[in-house]
Design a protein around this ligand. Structure first.
Ligand code: NAD
Ligand code: ZN
Length: 670
C-alpha cells in the first residue's frame, strides 16, 4: 500500500474511533491501540509533509459535540495533552523543556490524570454562570443545568480574592462506587453496560434529564485556572487559592523539583492509583510557572508545557477452564470464559464475557487455550487474544452451542444481530426466574423480601411459575415458614412486600411486565399516553408509534406481547389481584387544555416546584416540554441561574420569557 492510501485509511479509522469514543461513549478499541494508531499516522504525515491536511485527526481534538445542546465558543481553546507511555519519554519531555527554556530552572506539578470528561466553568462575581464541555476544542456544549446538580461544584464561591470573571477547568468523574452501582442497575435492567467510568461520566453529563443526572452521583475535580487577573504567578498556588474558594482540587497534586522526583512520583502512582476512589488513566506533568508556560506555548492540539503519562492497561495470561453459555431473562445466550483465577488491577478475575458468537469465532478460542485478559480503563475484564504458541496439539475449537444449555431447545438467531436465543419462553427456567426477578426489582414492583435466590426457591418448589403467582403466595405461607433459614419473620416480609406492591403506580407495572424493548422510559410513555392497560393492549401500531420515542420495533413487540394468550391471562390475574392497571384519575383542576399546542422550554432552578413537577404540569395542561429553544418555542419558563446563552437565544428569537409565578397563573383555574 502506498503512503497516501495508508494515511487516508488511518485518518478514516481514527475518525471513526473518535466518534465511537466521544459521541457514542462506546469505544471499540483500547486507548493504547488508538494512541498507537495515532502515532503511526503522525509518523507517516511527518515523512510525507506534502500529504498534510489541517483536518487530519493528528491536528484536531476529538469532538463530543451533541446537536441536542446549545454551543458556546471557548474564550481560550480547550486542548488535549501529548501522551507518553514510559518514564523515559517523560524524561525526554523534561529535557526538551529545559532546552526550550534556555536552561532556566523550572519546577513541575505532578497530578493525577482523572479519567472523566473535561469541563470548563465560568464564574462572574463569584457565581457560576456557565458550564461547557470541551466539544471540538473551539466550542463545546452548554451543560450548565446538569453541572449544577453536582454537589461539589460551588454555585457561589467562598472566601475572597477571586477575579471578577475567570474560567476554571477540571474533570467530571463518576467515582468507582457510583459507577459500580450504575452498572449493576443497568445489568439488572438488561441495558448495555458502560465500558468504564469515563464513558459513564461523559454519557451522564449529556443527558437531557437533570434529575437523572443528579441521581447518578457525578463528581468534579479541578486542575486549571484561567483568566486575566489570577491571584498568583504559578499554577500550583493558583490551585491552592481555588481550593479555598470551594473547588475540589486533588490532594494528590504535588510540586516536583527534579527529574528524580518526577520518576519517583510515577513509580509510586503506578501502583498506588489503584486505591483511589476515582478512575485515573495516567499522570499529568505541568510546568508550574505561568510565564514559562507562556514561553513554551502550544501546538495545534496540546500545550507544550504539559505532558501526560499513561498507565499501562493491566494484562495477564491465564488458562481457559471452559466456556459456559448463560441464558438471560430475554432468552439471549451469552458465552462466558471461565478462567483459572488471575489477579488483575487488584481484583481476582475468574470470568470474562465473550459477548456473542461472532466474537468467539473471531478470537478462534480452543479448549484450554492460554488467553490474554485485560482490564485497563475498562472495568469489565476483556479477552483480548489467544497465545496460540502454547495451544495443545489436539485442542478442539470452542463452538457456540446449538441448543439451550438449560432446557435443550434449539436456539434461534435474533434477527439482525449476532445474538442467539432460546425461544422456550415459558419452559426455560432462567427466563422464567429472570422475569420474576425483574418484576420484584426495586425500580419495578419493589417487592422487599424477595430477591434473586428466593425467586429460584419459590420457582423450584412450584409455587411461583409466573409473576401473577406471586399474589397467591400467601396460600403457601406455612410451607415457606418451614423452609430452612426462613421462619415467620421472613415469610411476613415477603407477604407484606407483595401486599404493598398493589399500590405501585401503573407506569412501573408496565415496566415490570418484561415486554421486550420496553425499558423504564418507554413504559412510562406508554402508561402516560394511553392511560390504562386495556388501551395499551388494544392500541394499533399507528396509535403506538404516534407516541414520542416509540418506533415500529417497540410497537411490534408490544403487540406481540399482548397477542399472546399466556400474557393476557397473566394480566387478567394481576388485575384481579388488585395490581394498578391504570394511571390515577386526576382531579379535573389538575389538568386542562390551557397550554394546548404550546411548546415550552424550562431552564434554571425554581423555588416553588421542581423542574420535573413543572414538566409534569406542562404536560397535564396540554403543552409540550421541549429541551432546546427554536423558532417554534412558545415560552421560556425561566428560573434562577439560567444559562446566559439560552436567555440570549430566546431574546433574539423574540420568545416570551416567563417566571414561575406567571406560569402558575397561566394554568390556574379561572
Ligand atoms: N479507544 C478509542 O477508541 C479512543 C478514541 C478516541 C480517543 N481515545 C483516547 O482518548 C485520548 C484522547 O483524548 P483526549 O484528547 O481527551 O486526551 P487525553 O484524555 O489523553 O488527555 C487530555 C484530557 O485529560 C484530562 N485531564 C485529566 N486530568 C487532568 C489534569 N490533571 N490536568 C489536565 N488535564 C487532565 C482533560 O480532560 C484533558 O482534556 C487518546 O489518547 C485515546 O487514549 C480512545
Ligand atoms: Zn432454554
Amino acid at each position: 500500500m502506498d503512503a497516501a492510501k495508508q494515511i487516508e485509511n488511518l485518518r478514516k479509522e481514527l475518525n471513526r474511533h473518535n466518534y465511537n469514543y466521544y459521541v457514542l461513549n462506546a469505544p471499540e478499541i483500547s486507548d493504547r491501540d488508538f494512541d498507537m494508531m495515532m502515532k503511526e499516522l503522525e509518523k507517516l504525515e511527518h515523512e510525507h509533509p506534502e500529504l498534510d491536511d489541517p483536518y487530519s485527526p493528528t491536528h484536531r481534538v476529538g469532538s463530543d459535540i451533541n446537536k441536542a445542546f446549545e454551543q458556546h465558543v471557548h474564550q481560550r481553546p480547550m486542548l488535549s495533552l501529548g501522551n507518553t507511555y514510559s518514564i523515559a519519554e517523560v524524561d525526554d519531555f523534561l529535557h526538551r523543556t529545559r532546552e526550550s527554556l534556555m536552561g532556566e530552572e523550572f519546577s513541575i506539578v505532578g497530578e493525577m490524570k482523572f479519567d472523566g470528561t473535561s469541563i470548563s466553568l465560568t464564574y462572574r462575581d463569584g457565581r457560576l454562570v456557565r458550564a461547557v464541555t470541551r466539544g471540538d476544542g473551539e466550542r463545546g456544549d452548554i451543560v450548565t443545568d446538569n453541572v449544577m446538580t453536582i454537589k461539589s461544584v460551588p454555585l457561589q464561591l467562598n472566601g475572597s480574592g477571586w477575579p471578577q470573571e475567570f474560567e476554571i477547568r477540571g474533570e467530571i468523574v463518576l467515582p468507582w462506587k457510583a459507577f459500580d452501582r450504575l452498572n449493576a442497575e443497568r445489568e439488572f435492567n438488561e441495558e448495555p453496560l458502560f465500558a468504564n467510568p469515563r464513558n459513564a461520566a461523559a454519557g451522564t453529563l449529556k443527558m437531557q434529564n437533570s434529575a437523572e443526572v443528579a441521581r447518578r452521583g457525578l463528581d468534579a475535580v479541578f486542575y486549571y485556572l484561567l483568566g486575566d487577573n489570577l491571584p498568583c504567578d504559578n499554577h500550583y498556588d493558583n490551585m491552592m487559592e481555588a481550593r479555598k474558594w470551594g473547588f475540589k482540587v486533588s490532594s494528590e497534586m504535588k510540586l516536583l523539583h527534579s527529574i528524580e522526583e518526577v520518576d519517583r512520583f510515577i513509580e509510586y502512582w503506578d501502583t498506588a492509583r489503584k486505591e483511589l476512589p476515582v478512575a485515573t488513566d495516567g499522570l499529568v506533568f505541568k510546568v508550574n510557572n505561568l510565564r514559562q508556560q507562556l514561553n513554551l506555548g502550544y501546538t495545534a492540539k496540546s500545550p507544550r508545557w504539559a505532558i501526560a503519562y499513561k498507565f499501562q492497561a493491566e494484562r495477564a495470561l491465564t488458562q481457559l477452564r471452559f466456556v459456559s453459555f448463560e441464558v438471560g431473562r430475554t432468552g439471549v445466550v451469552t458465552p462466558v470464559a471461565n478462567l483459572e483465577p488471575v489477579l488483575l488491577s487488584g481484583t481476582i478475575v475468574k470470568r470474562a464475557s465473550l459477548h456473542n458468537a461472532d466474537i468467539v469465532r473471531t478470537l478462534d478460542i480452543h479448549e484450554h487455550d492460554m488467553l490474554y485478559v485485560e482490564k485497563g480503563g475498562e472495568i469489565i475484564p476483556k479477552i483480548t487474544g489467544v497465545d496460540t504458541d502454547s495451544r495443545l496439539p489436539d485442542a478442539k475449537p470452542v463452538t457456540f452451542v446449538t441448543d439451550c444449555p438449560i432446557c435443550g431447545t434449539r436456539l434461534v438467531r435474533v434477527e439482525g444481530e449476532a445474538a442467539w436465543m432460546c425461544p422456550n419462553k415459558w419452559g426455560c427456567p432462567p427466563q422464567i426466574c429472570g422475569r420474576i426477578e425483574h418484576f420484584v426489582g426495586r425500580r419495578m414492583m419493589n417487592i422487599e423480601g424477595i430477591g434473586e435466590e428466593i425467586v429460584v426457591i419459590l420457582y423450584q418448589n412450584g409455587w411461583v411459575n409466573d409473576i401473577a403467582d406471586l399474589y397467591d403466595l400467601h396460600t403457601h405461607r406455612t410451607e415457606i415458614e418451614a423452609l430452612p433459614g426462613f421462619g415467620p419473620r421472613t415469610a411476613d416480609r415477603m407477604i407484606d412486600g407483595i401486599e404493598a406492591s398493589r399500590q405501585v403506580p401503573f407506569e412501573r407495572v408496565m415496566y415490570a411486565l418484561s415486554i421486550p424493548f420496553v425499558g423504564e422510559t418507554v413504559a412510562k410513555k406508554l402508561a402516560r399516553s394511553l392511560g390504562d392497560i386495556d388501551s395499551v393492549m388494544n392500541a394499533g401500531v399507528e396509535a403506538l408509534t404516534a407516541i414520542d420515542d416509540i418506533g415500529p420495533r417497540i410497537a411490534e413487540s408490544v403487540q406481540e406481547y399482548f397477542n399472546n394468550p399466556v400474557n393476557r391471562d397473566i394480566i387478567e390475574r394481576l388485575r384481579r389481584a388488585g395490581v394498578q392497571m391504570s394511571m390515577p384519575k386526576r382531579d379535573d383542576a389538575d389538568s386542562s387544555d390551557r397550554l394546548a399546542g404550546k411548546s415550552i422550554v424550562i431552564s434554571g432552578t425554581f423555588s416553588k416546584h421542581s423542574r420535573d413537577e413543572y414538566k409534569d404540569m406542562i404536560e397535564r395542561h396540554g403543552g409540550k416540554n421541549v429541551s432546546s429553544i427554536s423558532k417554534k418555542t412558545d415560552y421560556l419558563l425561566a428560573g434562577e441561574n439560567m444559562g446566559p446563552a439560552k436567555l440570549q437565544k430566546a431574546t433574539s428569537l423574540n420568545i416570551p420569557i416567563i417566571d414561575e409565578d406567571t406560569f402558575l397563573k397561566m394554568i390556574e383555574n379561572d
